[in-house]
Design a protein around this ligand. Structure first.
Ligand code: BG6
Length: 514
């Protein structure tokens, strides 16, 4: 395996100079799925790496009756099952001492008084100077109550001047349409200043997503080509193998457009399409990303018909095993019209991207898990090697593989060795795994550390959340109106409905085979 060369020194902003501050992290929904699968394992891995602040505690807040010891077992179980690195007995012993549990229900003011008391005890025991982070890992319907009670109890108050901080992390989805997102944001704004609020989108914590900016602005060769003169189209795919599992309650309300496109995909799209920021200051980067969202061509009702495809998986196969269709999943209505597949043709109406289609697709129950961005460049002129229009040369495609098999590849044409001139497509390929060896940190590790350090670069600002909902909501409305009329099905384990192939064929392109 080739050794990774010495890296350049860390760069301030996007941000290696960040220092996590001593703090306690309260997880609202502490006995829930996200805490178990992602948050507690992420904290444990940060502890393994020795990067958690020395004075740190995590307090799970949940409705269930549980002792600290029982919550530690819950955390241990989560870590044993879901941590990217196995549980190490010595490290665990140290880590578990910082894990606490508090019972309470979010709508009961007594919960917050008890929490205040508990936090004071924990802070005294762990030497924490009153810095607090509240992670709202709760259903959106409870956001409002949680936020308002935090304010009413005084727990979320952060003095303007220097002093202990209070920060709040809000899980996606923030709302289910523009209006509800605005309401949640307004509720947040009544209780917190915007700089206290961290709206999380875990895609932004993925190494490969952060690498988009480095690739674009840390290299000389891509940026000159990164525009409508040279780019034919872009494909952005988030393909998932799994069905909805046990999340019917959430997914029936959400669907693929709200679950993935409104947040993960539009965030990645913003990074791919944004103008170069003049600095890596969080506000500058976020301003430039916001510009992309503002330039998305609005979808009028008639565009939704021609520029979007929604579909739902029917029964099929997953790794050879028969799996049910969406409507047969537990908790799903037998006549549900929730989409599990979305394909969109999107335009960004600015100077750089005028006329370049961005094709987006995401779905559950596809044959393979793969997230990637593929930038397809325009054909070389139809002379010389590309003179034969019946057998055109393969276009150059730059593929950013976000997961799994993280890396990037560039497809180019070469001459096949031999006496005749025969062209052959090859790939220049970079793989994180073989270059850097180590497994990348989980997105939540990076993002939790950023909140502890007060670095909001990788979090979504209020205006960006609302801009993305402003673009998405008309699509939802148009679908709502036509839901009963038209909802193609695709077999679980297939690549989606034929309508999606027709959508991309409008540009003479085809979806990439992943
Ligand atoms: C979550 C969605 O935000 O992202 C899930 O709610 C989806 O439905 C998940 O499966 C995908 O995340 P990842 O990191 O596995 O690509």
């Amino acid at each position: 395996m080739p050794e990774a060369p010495e890296p350049n020194p860390p760069i301030a902003g996007l941000r290696d100079t960040r220092t996590p501050q001593p703090c306690s992290l309260v997880i609202f929904g502490g006995s829930g799925d996200l805490a178990k699968r992602k948050l507690l394992p992420a904290l444990y891995n940060l502890a393994l790496d020795g990067v958690l602040p020395a004075n740190f505690a995590v307090v799970g807040l949940g409705r269930r009756e549980m002792s600290d010891a029982a919550y530690r077992s819950f955390a241990r179980e989560g870590i044993e099952r879901f941590s990217r690195r196995p549980l190490d007995a010595t490290h665990w012993q140290n880590f578990e001492r910082s894990v606490y549990y508090q019972r309470g229900s979010l709508d009961d003011p007594a919960t917050y008084q008890a929490l205040e008391k508990r936090l004071q005890e924990v802070e005294a025991a762990c030497g924490i100077p009153g810095n607090r982070i509240f992670y709202l890992s709760i259903p959106p319907s409870l956001f409002r109550t949680g936020i308002e009670q935090l304010r009413a109890s005084g727990l979320g108050v952060q003095p303007e001047a220097a002093g202990p901080f209070a920060r709040v992390i809000v899980e996606k989805p923030v709302g289910h349409d523009l209006e509800s997102a605005q309401e949640i944001n307004a509720t947040l704004a009544r209780s917190f200043r915007e700089e206290q609020v961290y709206r999380i989108d875990h895609y932004l914590g993925k190494e490969t997503v952060q690498n988009i900016l480095v690739l674009r602005f840390g290299n000389a060769i891509f940026e000159p080509l990164w525009n409508q003169k040279y780019v034919d189209h872009v494909q952005l795919t988030v393909a998932e193998e799994e069905g909805i599992g046990t999340r019917a309650l959430y997914y029936e309300e959400a669907g693929a457009l709200r679950d993935i496109v409104q947040n993960h995909i539009l965030q990645v799209l913003s990074l791919v399409a944004m103008e170069p920021p003049w600095s890596l200051d969080p506000e500058v980067v976020r301003d430039n990303k916001l510009e992309v969202l503002k330039c998305l061509r609005p979808m009028r009702e008639e565009d939704v018909e021609t520029h979007s495809v929604r579909a739902q998986y029917g029964a099929g196969f997953h790794h050879g095993d028969a799996v049910p269709g969406y409507r047969q999943e537990e908790g799903v209505e037998s006549d549900s019209t929730t989409e599990t597949y979305v394909a969109l043709k999107v335009f960004i109406d600015n100077w750089r991207w005028a006329g370049v289609p961005f094709y987006i697709r995401t779905a559950k129950r596809l044959p393979k898990r793969a997230t990637e961005v593929a930038v397809q460049f325009k054909d070389v002129p139809h002379v010389l090697f590309n003179a034969d229009r019946a057998a055109p040369l393969e276009p150059n495609v730059l593929v950013l593989r976000i997961q799994p098999d993280e890396g990037l590849s560039l497809g180019i044409c070469t001459k096949r060795p031999g006496p005749r001139v025969q062209l052959y497509p090859v790939k220049m390929d970079f793989r994180y795994g073989s270059t850097f060896g180590d497994q990348s940190a989980e997105a939540y590790e990076r993002l939790l550390l950023d909140v502890m350090a007060g670095d909001a670069t990788l979090f979504i600002r209020r205006d960006a959340v609302e801009a993305s909902w402003a673009w998405i909501t008309p699509v939802l409305d148009a679908w709502q109106a036509s839901a009963q009329r038209w909802l193609p099905q695709y077999d679980a384990g297939s690549w989606g409905p034929v309508e999606a192939d027709r959508l991309i064929a409008t540009s003479g392109a085809t979806w990439r085979t992943l």
